[in-house]
Design a protein around this ligand. Structure first.
Ligand SMILES: [Mn+2]
Length: 422
């Protein structure tokens, strides 16, 4: 059987088809050649490609030195080279096109200069303190909270002093802008009241003692703050814990007639000699007021119910509130609230909306039996201070964690001893 002589283009075709994964038989069929020719070609090529381990024989050297061998080898490599060249030229042209589209170069960033002079005349801002859920009169014992919780009147006093010192420290040591007023949003549940979450009454302190001690403590707290700021404006709403014991649910009319309101009136009287403290007691269920031209709406927050309570956030109720409030205000041509201030939930939450934020305050007591039983995530006691700029709205914001407050031997405020409180 004489050997079939393959042309250069046949060899190239055979190699290409093999690279595509075709078998000898398939290649033979495509090129109308016997598969034996294909097998034979690859046998020879493989034999040539393998480097011999033994010293080559003279006859093999002679064979390799023949023009025939080098010609085949050249064709083989040439075909591979052409293929690689084609693939690379496509990549090259794509890369050069991308280069053309990219900017020629970026200049390096200039070194940071003073963005704003700290000494210049900048707009004055207002400070807003969210002050709520002090639950004066509540007693939480480690024995009933897996050793995690503790709260009583002495702890309240220590935390109130800590809050007072934190506010003053921030106003005087951390603030370079002028603060023209401090707005104190008292969001309710200042007293623990007489509500009971248990079947048996767990009230430790009479309502009168709660009211009396709270009035004296908070009045002193405000008096100290008043000596550090040009003006204090107080906006109030009442809590749900402080409703009358006859009220199974929070009333939707006369909501203001509540123990918290009695406390506010007492504290107003105890600070009435201070000309720079202004109270705004009224009968509205929510308070709408302005700070630096922004509209605030303060509520206790017990009306935000329902939802899955994931992370303790009543998302559904908050979304409904923003929707209906915006509709109501815009329908009457009034500015819809930019900032919704809420207490009640005892956890700091900030949620953005189209005009501003929903800002939810923390509480004073920390973990209690109610939070433990309800699987509320155990956040630290906290109250919130923030600043409001006439153009930018809410700027800086400080969640003031109260757990670092230490109980001192002498109470930080003077409370008349006549009516005992734990
Ligand atoms: Mn509440």
């Amino acid at each position: 059987m004489s050997k079939t002589q393959l042309t250069d283009s046949q060899i190239n075709q055979i190699i290409s088809l093999r690279e595509e994964g075709k078998s000898d038989r398939e290649i033979g069929e495509i090129l109308s050649l016997s598969y034996r020719v294909i097998t034979g070609l690859f046998y020879r090529l493989n034999k040539l490609a393998k480097s011999p381990k033994e010293e080559p024989k003279y006859s093999e050297d002679l064979d390799r030195a023949s023009e025939d061998h080098w010609e085949k080898r050249y064709k083989q490599l040439s075909a591979k080279y052409e293929k690689a060249l084609h693939e690379n030229s496509v990549v090259d042209s794509l890369v050069s096109e991308i280069r053309d589209l990219a900017p020629v170069s970026y200049t390096s960033a200039p070194s940071i200069r003073n963005v704003r002079k700290s000494s210049g005349k900048s707009a004055t801002q207002s400070a807003v303190l969210l002050f709520s859920d002090t639950h004066i009169g509540q007693v939480i014992t480690p024995e009933q909270t897996l050793d995690f919780g503790a709260y009583n009147f002495q702890i309240f006093l220590a935390r109130l002093k800590y809050l007072e010192e934190s506010v003053i420290s921030i106003l005087e040591n951390h603030t370079t802008v002028e603060i023209d007023e401090l707005v104190v949003a008292m969001l309710g549940d200042m007293l623990h009241g007489a509500l009971s979450h248990s079947a048996e009454v767990d009230q430790h302190t009479t309502l009168f003692s709660q009211y009396y001690a709270a009035g004296h403590a908070i009045a002193q707290f405000l008096r100290v703050l008043a000596s550090h700021v040009p003006q204090i404006r107080i906006q109030t709403v009442v809590g749900n814990h402080t409703r009358w014991q006859s009220q199974h649910k929070m009333p939707t009319t006369n909501r203001f007639s509540n123990l918290d309101m009695f406390l506010y009136a007492l504290t107003e009287a105890l600070t009435s000699d201070l000309k720079n403290v202004k109270w705004n007691l009224n009968t509205q269920p929510f308070q709408v007021f302005e700070v630096q031209g922004f509209t605030f709406r303060a509520a206790h927050g017990d009306h935000l119910r329902g939802g899955d309570k994931a992370l303790g956030i009543p998302n559904h109720a908050i979304a409904r509130e923003i929707s209906t409030t915006s509709q109501l205000f815009s329908k009457h041509g009034r500015q819809s609230p930019h900032y919704y201030l809420v207490g009640h939930l005892h956890r700091g939450i900030q949620l953005p909306h189209a005009l501003g934020e929903v800002i939810i305050n923390g509480g004073f007591p920390g973990l209690d039996g109610y939070a433990l039983a309800g699987n509320f995530n155990p956040v630290d006691p906290m109250q919130r201070l923030m600043f409001v700029h006439p153009k930018y709205g809410r700027t800086s914001e400080y969640p003031l964690t109260l757990k670092f407050a230490e109980i001192t031997e002498n109470p930080p405020y003077e409370i008349p001893k006549t009516f005992d409180i734990i």
